[in-house]
Design a protein around this ligand. Structure first.
Ligand SMILES: NC(=O)C1=CN([C@@H]2O[C@H](COP(=O)(O)OP(=O)(O)OC[C@H]3O[C@@H](n4cnc5c(N)ncnc54)[C@H](OP(=O)(O)O)[C@@H]3O)[C@@H](O)[C@H]2O)C=CC1
Ligand SMILES: CC[C@](O)(C(C)=O)C(=O)O
Ligand SMILES: [Mg+2]
Ligand SMILES: [Mg+2]
Length: 341
């Protein structure tokens, strides 16, 4: 079994003695910044003027332009959207890096696909939480944490791995488990997971189930509860105790249906398609398409996003959730956040 690092394996001194600049204050940025601060680390935020700047200041941080934050920092964590990182890096971060600084990522995309080429005199590593940023913060506050991967790309100080582990501990990840990997493995598995299983696979499965029921004449509200709302309750059981714990809790009728119908739906052809998705990631085809889509101002991304937001499952879901204050998303603007700039 792979070595899994926990709190006792990491020494927070490697980050507590440093100034960490968190560049970006979005999903991951706000979580890393707040968790690091609560772990006793000196954190500054690098941003452009705008909504996030105001938010970070309201949360009590010193906020500076990216160039200035980089200049003051020993450790620079880039938590900008992947597609924005290369130009911000080139214009505002690279000119201010000093020998011995650490350049850090939460995802290996830009290093692995050569969109950012760092100088040879800085440490380069990643600390990639295996969970959404808002949960990185929420679980930390609850005394838990989200697991993370670390990987060292360049180690000029001789302490890059210790610093990565310390950073992972300070954001709460070493409470759950930290694995060492490479930029290649993190990038390819993360892209595969989000496309084939966690995000793309899941939303397509949920919509296909919902549409099948609605097209057969069942009420959309019933289909919503069955195929989307209950999913969280089932996934909570998977998270707590794996497949067997979920199967213990459901009825034997459901378990029998799981055994005989699950493999009919997610069959060999689905797995064959997953292999093609993985191949597109490994060859760089996916990365190239995403980079070009951004250079063209996201015409396809925005069109699909608009269409998805108008899907009946979303219309019905918004209505039903408005009666369930306990499940309301805290971010009111998620539906219209397609044109991030
Ligand atoms: N989202 C997640 O949960 C996960 C993300 N990651 C990785 O973490 C990194 C960050 O992703 P994520 O947190 O989703 O990013 P977000 O889209 O949430 O980040 C947006 C932040 O970047 C700022 N920003 C955007 N453009 C600029 C710019 N030109 N100059 C300065 N600030 C800018 C925004 O500020 P403004 O308000 O001014 O627009 C905002 O604060 C990525 O590498 C991603 O792959 C890894 C694991 C999970
Ligand atoms: C699953 C999506 C993710 O990889 C994540 C939250 O881990 C991301 O890039 O946001
Ligand atoms: Mg991920
Ligand atoms: Mg990802």
């Amino acid at each position: 079994m792979a070595k899994v690092y926990y709190n006792g394996d990491a020494n927070e001194q490697y980050v507590q003695s440093k100034t960490v600049a968190i560049i970006g204050y979005g999903s991951q940025g706000h979580a890393h910044a707040q968790n690091l601060r609560d772990s006793g680390v000196n954190v500054i935020i690098g941003l452009r003027p705008g909504k996030s700047w105001e938010q970070a200041e309201n949360d009590g941080f010193q906020v500076l332009p990216v160039r200035e934050a980089t200049r003051q920092a020993d450790i620079v964590m880039i938590l900008l959207p992947d597609e924005k990182q290369p130009s911000v890096y080139k214009n505002e971060i690279e000119p201010e890096l000093e020998p011995g600084n650490a350049l850090v990522f939460a995802h290996g995309f830009n290093i692995h696909f050569n969109q950012i080429v760092p100088p040879t005199d800085v440490d380069v590593f990643l600390v990639a939480p295996k969970g959404p940023g808002h949960l990185v913060r929420r679980t930390y506050v609850e005394g838990a944490g989200v697991p993370a991967l670390i990987a060292v790309y360049q180690d000029v100080t001789g302490t890059a791995k210790e610093t990565a582990l310390a950073y992972a501990k300070a954001i709460g990840s070493a409470r759950a488990g930290v694995l060492e990997t490479t930029f290649k493995e993190e990038t390819e598995t993360d892209l595969f997971g989000e496309q084939a299983v966690l995000c793309g696979g899941l939303t397509s499965l949920v919509k296909a189930g919902f549409e099948t029921l609605v097209e057969a004449g069942y009420q959309p509200e019933v289909a919503y509860f069955e195929c989307l709302h209950e999913l969280k309750l089932i996934v909570d059981l998977l998270y707590e105790g794996g497949l067997s714990w979920m199967r213990y809790s459901i009825s034997d009728t459901a378990q029998w249906g799981d055994f005989i119908s699950g493999p009919r739906v997610i069959n060999a052809s689905v797995k064959a398609e997953m292999k093609k998705v993985l191949e597109d990631i490994q060859t760089g085809k996916f990365a190239k398409g995403w980079i070009l889509e951004n250079q063209a101002n996201r015409p396809e991304f925005n069109a699909i996003n608009r269409r998805e937001n108008e899907h009946l499952i979303e219309v019905v879901g918004r209505e039903l959730r408005s009666m369930m204050p306990f499940v309301k998303a805290k971010q009111k603007d998620v539906v219209v956040s397609s044109a991030k700039n």
